[in-house]
Design a protein around this ligand. Sequence first.
Ligand SMILES: NC(=O)c1ccc[n+]([C@@H]2O[C@H](COP(=O)([O-])OP(=O)(O)OC[C@H]3O[C@@H](n4cnc5c(N)ncnc54)[C@H](O)[C@@H]3O)[C@@H](O)[C@H]2O)c1
Ligand SMILES: [Zn+2]
Length: 388
Amino acid sequence: MSLDKYSLKMPKAVYSGKDSLNRIPGIIHANGFTKIAAFTDKSLRKLGLFDLVEKRIEDTGLPYEIFDDLPAEPTYMAVQAVIDQFKTTGCDVIVACGGGSVMDAAKLASVLVTDEYGVKDLLDDPLQARKCVPVIMIPTTAGTGAECTPNAIVGVPERELKIGIVNDNLIADFVILDAELIRNLPRSIAAATGVDALCHAIECYTSNKSNPFSDMFALEAFDLIMNSIEKACDDPSALNEKNRMQIAAFYAGAAITASGTTAVHALSYPLGGKYHIAHGVSNAMLLIPVMKFNEPACREKFVEAWDRAYHGEETLNTPEEKSQALIAWMERIVKHLEIPTDLKQFGVDPADLDSLVEAGMSVQRLLVNNMREVTPEDARKIYQEVLK
Ligand SMILES: NC(=O)c1ccc[n+]([C@@H]2O[C@H](COP(=O)([O-])OP(=O)(O)OC[C@H]3O[C@@H](n4cnc5c(N)ncnc54)[C@H](O)[C@@H]3O)[C@@H](O)[C@H]2O)c1
Ligand SMILES: [Zn+2]
């Protein structure tokens, strides 16, 4: 443990389990809210998923407006455009129903009912944001943990990067984790978003910023994910495993809040920003190469993670055996889930390596958390692993 100061910040209340969506009217009335802004996206409306939430919003008897003009993994301009529609409506609570993209936009809206600054200004100075409107988060993917973190991530096309805006005022107020919302999540999205949560757990556990608070959430999330992700993705009726993934994603978000992700997320940002590879997919690609690179520096932590999560019969004795077995297990999971692991199929050319390395190395906010120092040469080798 390298830090002697650490903290735990959380939403005010988290509801989960059967029919937890029914909590919506109670939360709204108990807090005296009078007009509701519902954030979602068009495909969730088309799928009828948002209807589950809208029904409970109708049950409140209060006026509401829907904001669904949000593309997946939006740029800061797309988020600002939705906020500009929202901020004149007088809504005093936001209900966000969606994946990380919708939740991040809702979080930014919650601090931007003002003309003093916009999303672009927060990219330069995130700490100026103050909470204006409380948020109820209802994730429809089990991955990002955005319902728990103080982060909002937006695309910045002029820098060909995705950038995280971090401010404690972005932490949601209420969270509802209802497995009905991820029951029909397509396997490929469940897999990529689930591996994103896996990355959050193992990166935070092996981060230079790890501490007793983050370790508690990161290890529990890791155990839950390693033992639930395959069934949750493969079997649409596995509601228990799906609920475990929701809880794990939330815990992994708590681990991010108390600690921080490392080189997987750092090197993944340019893949999202420049090549528009989905966040979970680019993390899944980099997870194993980065874990192999990190192994010598993180062995002790990998052994602890193995001891905590592995409940099988195999007996391993040496730290190196356990550490290698842990990486091999994660590799089997990524393979089983059939997440693409080759950058070439996304149009990345080996000639792009220089610019990728430069962009990845610019994410020092996260690279400094990595237990093994990452040099530009190391970053190049890691990218080369997925550009074969
Ligand atoms: N704020 C944070 O702490 C944090 C952490 C990690 C990632 N992120 C960000 O979150 C975004 C990614 O979020 P995501 O991985 O949840 O995906 P997403 O929100 O981008 O959604 C991906 C696609 O899945 C669809 N979808 C979502 N839920 C569905 C469901 N239940 N059934 C069918 N389709 C569904 C969406 O409509 C969308 O088309 C990225 O921008 C990433 O950078 C934020
Ligand atoms: Zn992530």
